[in-house]
Write a protein that binds this ligand. Sequence first.
Ligand SMILES: NC(=O)c1ccc[n+]([C@@H]2O[C@H](COP(=O)([O-])OP(=O)(O)OC[C@H]3O[C@@H](n4cnc5c(N)ncnc54)[C@H](O)[C@@H]3O)[C@@H](O)[C@H]2O)c1
Ligand SMILES: [Zn+2]
Length: 362
Amino acid sequence: MKIVKLELSERSYPIVITKDDFNNLAGRLKQGALGNEAFIISNPIISRLYGQALKTALLAVEIKSNVYNIKDSESSKSIDQYIKTISKISSIDTKKRLFCIALGGGVVGDLTGFVAATYKRGIPYIQVPTTLLAQVDSAIGGKTAIDLASGKNLVGAFFQPKLVYSNVSLLASLPKRQISSGLAEVVKYGMIIDKNLFAFLEKNYQKILKLDKDCLIRIISTASKIKARIVANDEKETKGLRTILNFGHTIGHALETAADYTNLNHGEAISIGMVGACRIAQEIGILESKVTQQLIDLLQKFKLPVKAKKIDLKKVYQAFYRDKKFINGKIRMVVPSRIGHVIVTEDIPFEIIQKIIKRSVN
Ligand SMILES: NC(=O)c1ccc[n+]([C@@H]2O[C@H](COP(=O)([O-])OP(=O)(O)OC[C@H]3O[C@@H](n4cnc5c(N)ncnc54)[C@H](O)[C@@H]3O)[C@@H](O)[C@H]2O)c1
Ligand SMILES: [Zn+2]
């Protein structure tokens, strides 16, 4: 077991990375005295696999719980689902001290966080992330959100959980494609800030793909440490430090939008976006081509795409223009100068970006 602390003065919290069951979690909840009734938000697949084990562990420390399932889809991050969820909580919230548990991936985590942030102006919640992406990224840092028809994550709040409990054993049931998607974010951490992590991934990719638990604990705790450090120094994304986490996401988001979130998942889009960002860095003369190749080799080992197939180039450009990172005719981009180091620049000519997007598609 590894414990990483996210330091935010009175809002600090531990991120526990473990391969053990839920008993340790229950013990921590008892100690932390968050409340005596848990409202577990999950989805039917995940609650069928892990819901009962969590309930039983909670009951052993005298915490009663209800499981509330939302549909297994990004469409659950909606105003409609938000109202349903909050109404359900209010209907069971009588004299108990209620807290929320997000048992799921980023969809469950983002909705639960927003519900907890807004119900009665904020009630405690914890994250029990069940996807690799959520364990290394979305469960950490307190960004909570739901979507609008006009765009993803447009309604939300910064609201930190009291605990993140990442159990690598839960990843055994995760579809392989989702494992690869999460690995794209882990590769991202290596590229932006940690060359040792990158080297570890290169050396141990087979064990990682076989879900070797000790390897998973190592990469998830390293990723958690990096994200925790960045969030601790720039909690609300006001100082520009959190920006480096967007490496690969500028082109990646445009691809995701153009693909309508169907044939490319988030990690796959980011994989292609990271390669694009490297090529842009090459174009502006700050990166050697062999580094791009090294990144491509690693992504391919993790069964991630480095080119988007069957995607409409025009739609990608359109999505790119609409992206909030496009300011005053210029694009802000995070580009690497070597493995483990990136710079943020606002001066990339659009022609270069167009050329690279074209190379990233079909
Ligand atoms: N808040 C943040 O900082 C942040 C950061 C990145 C992404 N996000 C958000 O996260 C969401 C994506 O999250 P995700 O990639 O975890 O996707 P997800 O939550 O949709 O989960 C992916 C799939 O895996 C299934 N699943 C989850 N855990 C499982 C398990 N242990 N066994 C079997 N199946 C399992 C889910 O049912 C789902 O079908 C997006 O909405 C995105 O906007 C938020
Ligand atoms: Zn991402």
